[in-house]
Design a protein around this ligand. Structure first.
Ligand code: SF4
Ligand SMILES: [Zn+2]
Ligand SMILES: [Zn+2]
Length: 311
């Protein structure tokens, strides 16, 4: 197969684009997809201070590298989840990456916050990924606001977004459907959140990281096994295999034709967020999710007859 752009030998085949690229042209293709996402969805400009959530995996590191190449003002934030083996490795990759590419980096340690994920896994009946996600969103948002970043960027790719949409549709979770998309504007205590890789598949970000020689973490989180998202991704991969382009048309079709309907529904039904009575974080439930996690832990460690609570 020949490169669609320069006719040299192709190294990466992309059936959904009916194209193939040599290594150099693939990197150009990747940049153009990111640029298109930023411009089409008005994610940010060169005036913004962008905080990139760095997990140590291929997507977040590829995102930081690409935004730096495009001369955006980027800073990294890593949250050390204190999960045996995987967290230490992930943190090492992030530190080396930021040192090599001279990207400023901040690290929040959940151990120091007394919220290490393995401890929380023991305390809560609900899936640990839901607790972990809630805590990460809290600290990313809080750090961004307290340190005057105008944008929080995450490395979610097309596979992540399509799987999330699929999951939300299966449950007809209208609140989540109204909130899903590559741009969540800033409002009432929430920083603007963006996903500039939403047009690129996991295969494409992996190729970008490989061709850019980014040394990313391969060690999966031990709690990711059996997560429903992994299963949904497999179903969508099968669909994409038989119908190339199906994932992006599913996701973009939602953005263009359905999302606003759910966002309106959400606004009509939604309560206005107010500051958490413990920490000031915006919440619609009086006390925010992370403060409720803390309260549950302290009541369980002091009570003789512990009870679980759901948030
Ligand atoms: S797999 Fe779940 S527990 Fe592990 S890092 Fe991801 S969200 Fe957190
Ligand atoms: Zn080429
Ligand atoms: Zn709180």
């Amino acid at each position: 197969m020949k490169c669609t752009r320069c006719r040299a030998k192709a190294a990466v085949a992309l059936p959904r684009h009916n194209a193939g690229f040599c290594p150099e042209c693939f990197l150009v293709f990747f940049s153009r997809q990111v640029e298109k996402a930023i411009k089409d969805k008005k994610l940010f400009t060169n005036q913004d201070r962008i905080l990139v959530a760095l997990s140590g995996g291929k997507d977040s590191l590829a995102l930081a590298r690409e935004l730096q190449n495009m001369e955006y003002d980027v800073t990294g934030l890593h949250i050390d989840l204190a999960i045996p083996e995987s967290s230490e490795r992930a943190r090492g990759h992030v530190i080396r990456f930021c040192r090599d590419y001279q990207i400023p980096l901040h690290v929040i340690e959940l151990e120091r916050e007394d919220l290490p994920i393995p401890k929380l896994k023991k305390f809560f009946k609900r899936p640990v990924c839901s607790v972990c996600g809630q805590i990460k969103r809290y600290y990313f948002n809080r750090f961004a606001l307290e340190n005057s970043f105008s944008v929080l960027a995450t490395g979610h790719n097309l596979d992540d977004e399509a799987a999330r949409l699929f999951s939300n549709v299966l449950r007809w979770d209208t609140a989540y459907l109204g909130d899903q998309g590559p741009l969540l504007p800033d409002e009432q205590g929430f920083v603007r959140k963006v996903k500039p890789l939403y047009r690129l598949s996991e295969f494409e970000t992996a190729n970008y990281s490989f061709l850019s020689r980014i040394d990313y973490s391969f060690t999966p989180c031990p709690y990711s096994k059996g997560a429903s998202f992994t299963f949904y991704k497999k179903i969508l991969d099968e669909l994409e295999h038989h119908q190339p382009g199906r994932k992006i048309s599913f996701y973009e079709g939602f953005l263009n034709r359905a999302r606003n309907t759910f966002a309106r529904l959400d606004q009509e039904q939604g309560k206005e967020p107010a500051p958490c009575s413990c920490c000031g974080y915006p919440t619609t439930t009086g006390i925010c999710g992370v403060c409720r996690i803390r309260k549950t832990i302290s009541s369980r460690t002091t009570a003789s007859q512990p009870t679980f609570s759901r948030t």
